[in-house]
Design a protein around this ligand. Structure first.
Ligand SMILES: NC(=O)c1ccc[n+]([C@@H]2O[C@H](COP(=O)([O-])OP(=O)(O)OC[C@H]3O[C@@H](n4cnc5c(N)ncnc54)[C@H](OP(=O)(O)O)[C@@H]3O)[C@@H](O)[C@H]2O)c1
Ligand SMILES: [Zn+2]
Ligand SMILES: [Zn+2]
Length: 352
């Protein structure tokens, strides 16, 4: 084991603060990575504050961060995918059993024995997994991704969660040219959703509660922008969407969006608000519409998404911050005040 600098939350109500954590020495299949940038996902905030206590109670201390990019510093003897000096990415998963039907299908995000990047039992240390708000991480090569060399690293970090979480359901539900696609909530996930929907050729409509984001939504690739608190603007789109991706982090009325779906249209929820949402069944019945959910993505699809981003020059719009600004960044997330993802420059951790 070796010590690594990190930022952690020690309880649901305490701010994140500087700490030291133990990382394992790389085993033969491991890649050791110096973390250069880590994105701030709203899930980090939900977890740090134990907002998902019923489903996924937080274990403290909690070191969040699952949008990790860095440089390989050493590799175990059996590692073939990486060598020291390579760029590397780590997302939300760091282990799975590798043997269940989901793993065999390359869908590790559904593995019943998956290990998330932070807050899960760590079989190597006997403790808990610690995420990317840290100077380094050690991960099995199966869960380490290649970052296309042409992408800006600070802006590529959010692809590891916000990117794959929006790309995967769009691929699953057949977002292509000729489809009308809605993106609800222009935050970290939402703005990646806009970029992917546009790159996949769909007619893309952004729904936002923030009038000051309209120009940005168009710049990011939206064909149209709807202020979702304006009922008349919403009504104009009734019954017309093939697919809607809901990336909202807080309580809101999903029925207003279900009514905008066409016959057999689908709305996929990727946002995971703290409180349950309410659903009017009639909205689904009348159009044989469906509402579903989607978690991150498997390793193969995550690499496919990264390569797609390399080809199409897609990265996140980031505000790069120092780790010392992380608590302030969380408060701004709660106010939907981020354009459009915070990316932490981990060099700032050296000052601690
Ligand atoms: N399914 C998964 O695998 C997965 C993966 C990552 C994250 N998530 C979840 O996805 C959600 C979004 O994450 P994120 O990192 O993109 O968060 P974010 O950057 O904070 O964006 C959330 C956006 O939701 C909208 N919003 C916020 N409060 C709202 C309210 N009260 N009513 C209506 N809209 C509101 C805002 O957009 P506007 O200003 O445009 O209205 C805001 O920018 C979180 O719950 C997160 O935990 C799920
Ligand atoms: Zn995330
Ligand atoms: Zn499995």
């Amino acid at each position: 084991m070796f010590n690594a600098k990190a930022y952690s939350a020690s309880s649901a109500t305490s701010p994140l603060a500087s700490t030291t954590i133990a990382r394992r020495d790389p085993t033969e299949n491991d890649v050791q990575i110096e973390i250069l940038f880590c994105g701030i996902c709203h899930s980090d905030l939900h977890m740090a504050r134990n907002e998902w206590s019923e489903f996924l109670p937080t274990v403290y201390p909690c070191v969040p961060g699952h949008e990790i990019v860095g440089r390989v510093t050493s590799v175990g003897s059996a590692v073939t995918k990486f060598k020291p000096g390579d760029l590397a990415g780590v997302g939300c998963l760091v282990d799975s059993d590798g043997t269940c039907p989901s793993c065999k299908a390359g869908l590790e995000q559904f593995c019943p024995n998956q290990v998330l990047t932070y807050g899960f039992p760590d079989k190597h240390t006997g403790g808990t997994t610690y995420g990317g708000y840290s100077e380094s991480i050690v991960v099995d090569q199966r869960f380490v991704l290649h970052i296309p060399a042409n992408l800006d690293l600070a802006a590529a970090a959010p692809l590891l969660c916000a990117g794959i979480t929006t790309y995967s359901p769009m691929r699953h539900w057949g977002v292509t040219a000729g489809k009308k696609v809605g993106i609800v909530g222009l935050g970290g996930l939402g703005h990646m959703g806009v970029k992917f929907a546009r790159a996949l050729g769909a007619h893309t409509v952004v729904f936002t509660t923030s009038p000051n984001k309209v120009d940005d939504a168009l710049r990011l690739g939206a064909d149209e922008v709807v202020l979702s608190r304006d009922a008349s603007q919403m009504q104009r789109h009734a019954g017309s969407f093939d697919f809607i991706l809901d990336a909202v982090s807080a309580d809101h009325d999903i029925n207003a969006y279900i009514n905008l779906l066409t016959r057999d249209g689908n709305m996929t929820l990727v946002g995971a608000p703290e409180k349950p949402l309410s659903l009017v069944s009639f909205g689904l019945i009348v159009g044989r519409r469906s509402v579903s959910g989607s978690p991150i993505g498997g390793l193969a699809e995550t690499q496919e998404m990264l390569d797609f981003c390399g080809t199409h020059n897609i990265v996140s719009d980031v505000e790069v911050i120092d780790i010392q600004q992380v608590n302030e960044a969380y408060e701004r997330l709660l106010k939907a005040d981020v354009k459009y993802r915070f990316s932490i420059d981990m060099a700032s951790l050296k000052a601690e």
